[in-house]
Write a protein that binds this ligand. Structure first.
Ligand code: MTE
Ligand code: MO
Length: 603
């Protein structure tokens, strides 16, 4: 070895030992963050699990009338009954008048079908009809669980308490800064929701989105077959006389002199309209309003989402559900009330007879449905990871497609800032945090370590002297609420320039002072590629004021390409790592370890 080589080697080893010393010191000052994580693997949902929250039932659903009057929707039951009685009385009163008689003769109740329209119910239709309802029950249940996680519906992207038009929860105590969105969530009975327990949205979303893929596939095949076989004409109005025919059918139903059933050949006009709306309007609307709730699409297509915001989409999505529920109730009731055996033979046995065959097939297939219905919740609690895998397999490829949409978050103006911004998560209560908080975080040090060339420990003043970055962005919480705020702080890009990640560093882990709902520090691992994004930052200001306690003082993450739960608040340290499997529960974040969310949840 030449003297030159020797001196290089010596200086290298000196540098190495200096670095070792420094990281040693860092470790002595405070322990490694990882030690304070919950390292258990949560592979089951235990009896007391509810995202760490005790059960909480809300109030009967109500809608807002005017500024602050609330109408309890349970009143719709007696009102509906009264209207029905009145309708029957009126129909019976007029049905024998000559004018109505003439009208009923002119419009007996069904439009003429186009030439060559096939009759009956082919096998594919029987199967698809059953699969459709099978999928829909699980989508409706999981959808209710998602709704219960933020049991309020709004018309604009601001989720302002008191401005919602629908709620099934008490009013928000707006003067209580510790009231959180998670605290606002509701329990649904097991078997109603899917899975049902409070704040089970992680699992509910996997169900909802993955069954959705199957439901849509089934629907596309159904509509394609309707078109190629000509069966479409049985449920699509082809003439305006469908309106008087429908009125005629309504009078006949209400006068209790029901129209003669001829569903094998030609539905009556009311039926036709109901089926048309369900298949060709409600189902596509369910898809469109579902897509309208995508944060990525709503930031990408800002012009559209200015009005058709994710909150409006969520509201409309709920109204589509209401249509489906009403349709199913009336449809099933009429199937049984208007010649059950024949009707069941149509859809379950494919014949027009009055034997019991259709009934038995209906009973058997409904038994399957009931068994799966009852099993779905306990199976989800027993095998939550499998549900998550099913979701990743079915919807993952679609989600990854969306990750390539540059959603262009940001670009909001001061005018867009929300009057109310929900708080979320469990606040820090460690002695260390309280001590720092007491003198305005004078002694706060942000430790950045791991696979970096230059580990640092930064005070708030250090951070405030770094290049300042401001942005106005919309926040999307997985629970369903959203809000626009202005954030001030330093770009993660500047932080990366300072600490210089090593090439092996692939993930950046943010550690909070606060514990998560079930104990162990809250943490989250993020793809290092997203750290250079111009809207990824450490924020110490919110809406031009120092970050408040409930929003994450003294420092929180903003990664606008991700959902809210990824944005760790009350940050005490950042670690650059190659892999996250050996951190915490090993799934890349507190919510993934505990609530079965995905580790990538790009908006
Ligand atoms: N430490 C910590 N950070 C957290 C959470 C938490 O529970 N603990 N909740 C997350 C969730 S779910 C959301 S939606 C946002 C909410 O931020 P906000 O309270 O400022 O609205 O914080 C995220 N950061
Ligand atoms: Mo959230």
């Amino acid at each position: 070895m030449s003297t030159e080589e020797q001196s290089i080697a010596r200086s290298r080893s000196l540098a190495r030992s200096a670095e070792e010393q420094r990281s040693q010191q860092l470790r002595e000052v405070s322990p490694a963050f990882r030690d304070e994580l919950d390292a258990r693997r949560h592979d089951r949902v235990g009896p007391d699990w509810a995202g760490g929250l005790p059960a909480q039932y809300g109030v009967a659903p109500r809608i807002r009338i005017g500024r602050s009057k609330w109408f309890n929707l349970l009143w719709l039951i007696p009102i509906g009954m009264a209207l029905m009685v009145i309708g029957i009385a009126v129909a019976r009163g007029i049905v024998d008048t000559p004018a109505v008689k003439d009208f009923l003769t002119a419009y007996p109740g069904a439009s003429e079908l186009p030439e060559g329209t096939p009759q009956g119910f082919p096998v594919w239709m029987q199967w698809q009809h059953w699969l459709n309802i099978f999928f829909m029950f699980f989508m409706m249940r999981s959808g209710l669980s998602i709704l219960a996680d933020h049991p309020r519906l709004y018309l604009t992207r601001h989720s302002t308490p008191g401005r919602e038009w629908f709620r099934m929860q008490r009013p928000v105590p707006v003067d209580d800064p510790t009231y959180t969105a998670k605290g606002d969530s509701l329990t649904l009975p097991d078997g109603v929701g899917l899975p049902g327990r409070r704040h089970s949205i992680g699992l509910a979303r996997w169900w909802h989105l993955s069954i959705d893929v199957l439901w849509l596939l089934n629907g596309v095949v159904f509509v394609a077959l309707l078109i190629v076989t000509g069966h479409w004409a049985r449920i699509v109005p082809t003439s305006w006389d469908v309106i008087p025919h429908a009125l005629s059918t309504a009078i006949q139903y209400l006068s209790l002199d029901w129209p003669t059933e001829n569903g094998w050949v030609n539905y009556n006009a009311l039926q036709l309209l109901a089926y048309f709306v369900t298949v060709f309007i409600a189902a596509p609307l369910a898809l469109l309003t579902g897509l309208g709730m995508s944060p990525a699409l709503s930031t990408r297509f800002r012009r559209i989402s200015r009005v058709f915001s994710i909150q409006l989409a969520r509201s409309l999505h709920f109204l589509v559900l209401c249509w489906f529920v009403m349709f199913i109730i009336v449809h099933v009731a009429l199937v049984f009330a208007t010649g059950a055996l024949r009707n069941l033979n149509h859809m379950y046995a494919g014949n027009d007879g009055t034997s019991w065959t259709g009934f038995w097939i209906f009973l058997a297939t409904t038994a399957v449905l009931i068994v799966v219905w009852v099993a779905a919740t306990p199976v989800t609690y027993r095998y939550p990871r499998a549900i998550r895998r099913m979701g990743l397999a079915l919807i993952g490829p679609v989600q990854r497609l969306f990750e390539h949409v540059d959603s262009k978050p940001g670009k909001y103006t001061e005018k867009d800032i929300s009057p109310y911004f929900w708080s979320n998560g469990r606040v820090p209560d460690s002695d260390e945090y309280r001590r720092l908080q007491k003198d305005d975080f004078r002694d706060y040090r942000l430790r950045i370590e791991g696979l970096v060339e230059n580990p640092v420990s930064l005070s708030l003043d250090d951070l405030r002297t770094m290049a300042r970055h401001d942005q106005i962005t919309q926040h999307f919480c997985i629970q369903g609420w959203s809000g626009v705020a202005k954030w001030g702080g330093v770009s993660m890009s500047s932080v990366l320039d300072l600490v210089q990640p090593k090439p092996e560093a692939k993930w950046v882990v943010f550690y909070s002072f606060a514990e998560g709902a079930e104990g162990g520090l809250y943490y989250d691992a993020q793809d290092i590629d997203q750290m250079r994004y111009h809207l990824t930052m450490l924020a110490y200001d919110m809406n031009d004021e120092p970050l408040s306690f409930s929003h994450g003082a003294p420092l929180r993450l903003r990664n606008e390409a991700q959902l809210g739960f990824k944005m760790v608040k009350w940050i005490q340290g950042i670690e650059f790592v190659e892999r996250f499997e050996d951190i915490g529960g090993g799934l890349g974040g507190y919510n993934n370890d505990h609530e079965f969310f995905g580790y990538r949840q790009s908006i």
